[in-house]
Write a protein that binds this ligand. Structure first.
Ligand code: GLC
Ligand code: MG
Length: 249
């Protein structure tokens, strides 16, 4: 066995079945102690909501935490974001202009203040109205904003700088930790996780309970480096890790 880098989403990926998570955590912690395996969480949550989850669930202490859909990276404490990353994102980003333009779309409801972050503006958008997304995107692009629009779980709409998403943050952290692509595996369940898998050389695991937006994307872009698990949540991660030979059964 050898060390590897696990980058996993939290809600409905690692977290969702407490018993399966405890079992996987034991195996991962053993692997970390024996082989120096690294564990990175990549969540859509702000540091505030991440801390809430950490208080509620018995998560392993991660080596790195990526919050707010790839826009904030924390190596040590949650008060000090990795400045090199924030600096990169601040170059071409105008949060106020995004909010002003999107005020015209009455179907969009701003998410709570804790989820509005320096490099992320987030709304709720009902699935039944999701066909408005291309229009939202073109209005922002017409204003020459350098952004990307990400829809997750049939309800959350995030606007991010084009320089950051979960995938870009993963590559940045992986290179920083000096771990090879073929020893890296990313896990997810929803729309904001597509960036972990799209055009990536890292391996990917989609848990069995994944959201339709991710499943549709996966079906349209199949790849041998990506494994769709049968099992749900943490058990799906374990299944994928065994499939790729990172863990033995
Ligand atoms: C998390 C965040 C929310 C975001 C969603 C999808 O739930 O709290 O702000 O919209 O992930 O990325
Ligand atoms: Mg999720």
């Amino acid at each position: 066995m050898e060390h590897f880098l696990l980058i996993t989403d939290l809600d409905y990926t690692l977290v969702g079945d407490d018993e399966a998570m405890v079992q996987l955590n034991q195996r991962l912690e053993q692997h970390r102690q024996r082989y120096g395996t690294k564990i990175v969480y990549s969540t859509g949550r702000s540091p505030f909501l991440y801390q809430q989850l950490r208080d509620e669930k018995s998560l392993l202490a991660p080596d790195v935490v990526i919050c707010s859909v790839g826009t904030e990276i924390f190596y040590q404490d949650l008060d000090s974001p990795f400045l090199e990353w924030s600096h990169k994102l601040s170059q071409a980003w105008d949060k106020e202009l995004v909010i002003n333009i999107l005020a015209d779309f009455s179907i969009l409801k701003l998410q709570p203040t804790s989820e509005q972050r320096p490099f992320k503006v987030s709304y709720f958008l009902p699935e039944a109205a999701a066909d408005i997304i291309p229009e939202i995107k073109s209005r922002l692009l017409e204003a020459k904003l350098d952004i990307q629009v990400i829809y997750s779980g049939g309800k959350d709409l995030d606007i991010l700088p084009s320089q950051a998403n979960k995938g870009m943050a993963m590559t940045f952290v992986r290179e920083n930790l000096e771990i090879d692509v073929d020893k890296t595996v990313a896990c997810g369940d929803s729309g904001n996780d597509i960036a972990l898998f799209a055009d990536k050389k890292e391996k990917g695991i989609i848990v069995g309970n994944a959201q339709p937006e991710l499943l549709h994307w996966h079906q349209a872009h199949p790849h041998q480096n990506r494994y769709l698990a049968t099992a749900k949540f943490a058990e799906g991660i374990a299944e994928g890790l065994q499939h790729f030979g990172f863990l033995t059964s």
